[in-house]
Design a binder for this molecule. Sequence first.
Ligand SMILES: C[S@@+](CC[C@H](N)C(=O)[O-])C[C@H]1O[C@@H](n2cnc3c(N)ncnc32)[C@H](O)[C@@H]1O
Length: 203
Amino acid sequence: MSGAAVQRFYRYHALVYDQTRWMILHGRRRAVARMGLQPNSDVLEVGCGTGLNFHYVIDELGADSRLVGLDFSADMLQRAERRVAQKGWSNVELVQGDATKLALGRAFDAILFAYSLTMIPDWPAAVDRAVEHLKPGGRLVVLDFSRFHGWGPLAPVMRTWLRLNHVITLRPYEDKLRAALPGTEVYYWLGGYNFTTVGRRPI
Ligand SMILES: C[S@@+](CC[C@H](N)C(=O)[O-])C[C@H]1O[C@@H](n2cnc3c(N)ncnc32)[C@H](O)[C@@H]1O
C-alpha cells in the first residue's frame, strides 16, 4: 500500500469524513490535553485532515501562538480550510506536504499525530521528522488505533477491517516512539481500541 493509495482514498472520504468519523475516532480531547499546551505554544498537527482536532488546540492557545496543520491530501485540506475560515481562526496555517519528508524550517512546542501515523507506509520516517521539529522540552503526542488486545476473537476482525481502510495496527509504534524519545509514556483505552503516547524532547 502506498501513500498515493491513501491520497486516493481521501479524495472520496473527504466528502463524508466529518459526518462519519465521530463514530470511530475517539480520544481527541484526552490526547490534546496531554500536549501540555500553554497560551504561547506553537503547535503542529501532522495529518490534520479536515481539522477536527483544531478547536481543542485553539481553545488552549493565545492570539500570538500558531497552529500549523499539515496533510498531503488536498481534498482533506480544502475541508480544513473551510473550517478555519468559518471559525475565523487567524492563527491557523495549513500546509500541504508529506509527513515523511517534513522540512518546515521551524520548531514546535507540541506536535500531534491523531489517527494518521498508522496510515503512513514509512511511519518511522514520519516519527523521526516530527522529533526533529520539536523544540527542546517539546512534546510529541500520538493518538491512534492499537491492536485490540483485550477484544478476544473480535481483535482480528477489527484489525482486518482497519487494514481494508489503509490502517495498519500490527507495527511496533510504541517501541519506535520510546526509542525516538526515551521516557515516552503509553496509555491504552478500551482494551487496546486506541493508544496515546506522550514523549518529550530532552532540554
Ligand atoms: C484518519 S485521518 C485523521 C485526520 C485528523 N488527524 C483527525 O483526527 O480527524 C488521516 C490523515 O492523515 C493524512 N496522511 C496520511 N498519510 C500522510 C502523509 N504521509 N503525510 C501527510 N498526511 C498524511 C491523510 O491524508 C488523512 O487526512
